[in-house]
Design a protein. Structure first.
Length: 318
């Protein structure tokens, strides 16, 4: 680890916002350096992943939650995983724009992150470790949507919050989303719209079919985030779930399994990336069986060389 990075981490430990921003920027620009970070999650911060379809009002809801939590004695960080800009490759900042009021609060920190593959590199665990080092009480991870792209964030979090909204199509189709199975808390936002009661009814019926002793029914709350309605109830539900999971050992088990899953996903992604690089680097076949077998052997040889280099660099970094 360089002396500059060490000084920045010391600044983060002293709750210096400038040091925090510089470390996070460094990790985003150079994700491979995340492996050199001598940090692990300390477990102080409660990490809540927030997923939901576009238009559900996730950012508005998060802005209200962060502002109300920050107005008390809690410090809150929001990492909004925004779509990647086709021009700069960075985040489009749409979510941060919708949370400007909350971001101005001294106890709230909002940052947009380009949603390339949050779990496909060592960046996500490193980001969480840095935010934990700063001393945030709650860290919200806002996913781009509620599909496959949200899964890594949901699996890495202590709690999964799903935001739905009436009127986005057939609610039965919404129930097919696999994210429902791991949601700890459901928030029906924009609940002043027609169809809110029906959506609550369908969700309640769905969860009654799944309910068992190991998977209790998640609370289903209604909010109108743009008007600030229902926000306190959501905060109370998050606090109650965290306390219950901590007391029962669920929280510790989740964090242990999340660490393993993120490491495996990161390792798998790096290996596949190497294979793609080699296949795109002249290892092409004209279709004949003999040449294909020869190229396959060359691929294995090059893979062995690359993996040997990775093993050496991993040993040197310890």
């Amino acid at each position: 680890m360089s002396q500059d990075l060490g000084n920045l981490l010391e600044g983060v430990r002293k709750r210096d916002r400038s040091s925090l921003a510089r470390v996070l920027s460094l990790l985003e620009r150079h994700p491979d350096r995340a492996q050199l970070l001598p940090l692990e999650r300390g477990g102080h911060a409660t990490v809540v992943a927030v997923a939901g379809p576009p238009g559900a009002g996730k950012s508005t809801l998060l802005g209200r939650l962060a502002a109300e939590m920050g107005s008390g004695d809690m410090s809150v960080a929001v990492l909004a995983f925004d779509p990647v800009s086709p021009c700069s490759g960075g985040a489009l900042l749409g979510d941060r724009i919708r949370m400007l009021d909350a971001a101005e609060h001294p106890n709230v920190y909002v940052r947009s992150v380009a949603a390339r593959d949050p779990a496909g590199s060592p960046v996500l665990p490193a980001l969480l470790a840095v935010l934990d080092l700063y001393g945030f009480d709650v860290v919200f991870l806002e996913a781009v949507g509620a599909g496959q792209e949200a899964s890594p964030l949901l699996l890495a979090a202590d709690l999964a919050l799903l935001v739905l909204v009436p009127g986005l199509g057939d609610s039965v189709q919404t129930l097919k989303a696999g994210v429902l199975e791991i949601a700890d808390l459901i928030v029906i936002n924009k609940s002043d719209r027609p169809g809110a009661a029906e959506l609550v009814r369908d969700l309640s019926a769905y969860y009654r079919l799944l309910a068992d002793a190991s998977h209790p029914l998640p609370p289903i709350l209604q909010t109108v985030a743009s008007e600030g309605q229902g926000i306190t109830a959501v905060i109370e539900a998050i606090t109650a779930l965290r306390d219950r999971y901590a007391a029962s050992g669920i929280l510790e088990d989740r964090r242990r399994r999340a660490t393993t899953r993120l490491w495996q996903h990161s390792l798998r992604t790096r290996c596949l990336r190497i294979i793609d690089e080699l296949l795109n680097d002249g290892l092409t076949s004209n279709g004949s069986h003999g040449e294909a077998r020869t190229l396959e052997r060359r691929l294995y040889q090059k893979l062995a060389e690359r993996f040997a280099l990775l093993a050496t660099s991993s040993d040197d970094s310890r």
